[in-house]
Design a binder for this molecule. Structure first.
Ligand code: BGC
Length: 257
């Protein structure tokens, strides 16, 4: 069965029915720009449009998966860095279920991407501690141990030289400050990944986000002991991860009934 996965980002909201047998879109995805005022209500209107667009494939009352760029603690968003401030404190899962009149599973965007990489991508089959990092507007992170996600790791906000790490090392910062790959890698990413390595002793780092397309320009410059590889799912990771989370929620519900 296909499950609709939707990835809410700072610039675009993207969705597609996902064939979880293969970990790919069943039909091409739809992308709609994120509303300028990215409030929950405005985002819900776009999500509703995406649901309507794929109604033939997924039906009108099936569970969908949504990734958002914020932690999601039992359905609630405790704080928000890169969407409208009115998300902070929202009972978001309930809000979207009411707005969309269907069951919704909400998951952090990096957690979704990490799940997708573990099931189908660069971390497939890894039996140890995998840390997924997404370098974009912010830095998203996911910790997965033996295939099980430990949700809501907000390691993009660890302190680095007295700053919130994502304000020093995200790819948006690289662009904003006009840093070369070399300077970004050696001065910003190097201390970041060394710090995570010291804290978690992971078996593998996976690096996602749009900039991972150019990973050969910066990953080889990093001097760490942990293997570090680019993500494989590319721009499918969020949508596929959202659908995976929704499937897990369906399975869980079946078991607990
Ligand atoms: C948020 C995370 C999110 C990351 C990437 C950070 O600012 O706090 O929850 O995963 O950005 O979108």
């Amino acid at each position: 069965m296909n499950i609709l996965g939707i990835d809410v980002g700072g610039s675009g909201i993207k969705g597609a029915p996902v064939d979880l047998e293969v970990g790919d879109f069943a039909v091409p995805r739809l992308r709609i720009p994120t509303p300028k005022k990215s409030s929950p209500k405005n985002v819900a209107a776009v999500i509703s449009e995406i649901c309507d667009n794929f109604a033939d494939q997924i039906g009108t009352d099936t569970r969908i998966g949504l990734t958002i760029p914020a932690p999601v603690v039992h359905g609630k968003v405790p704080f928000i860095a890169n969407l409208h401030e009115s998300w902070a404190g929202l009972e978001a899962a309930k809000f979207f279920e009411d707005q969309l009149a269907r069951p919704v599973t909400l998951v952090n965007d990096a957690d979704g991407a990490g799940l997708a990489e573990v099931y189908y991508g660069a971390a497939k089959g890894n039996e140890g501690v995998v840390i997924m990092t997404t370098l974009g507007t912010g830095i998203g992170t996911a910790i997965i141990y033996r295939g099980v996600l430990i949700p809501n790791a907000e390691l993009g906000h660890v302190e680095l030289a007295g700053h919130d790490a994502e304000t020093r090392a995200s790819s948006a910062v690289k662009d904003r400050e006009g840093l070369s790959y070399k300077v970004w890698a050696t001065e910003r990413l190097q201390p970041y990944y060394s710090h995570l390595e010291m804290l978690f002793s992971p078996d593998l780092f996976v690096v996602g986000g749009g900039v991972s397309r150019d990973s050969d320009k910066f990953l080889p410059l990093l001097d760490i002991k942990t293997p570090i590889v680019p993500a494989k799912m590319r721009n499918r990771a969020g949508i596929v991860g959202a659908a995976l989370a929704a499937r897990d929620a369906n399975d869980h519900q079946r078991v607990s009934q």
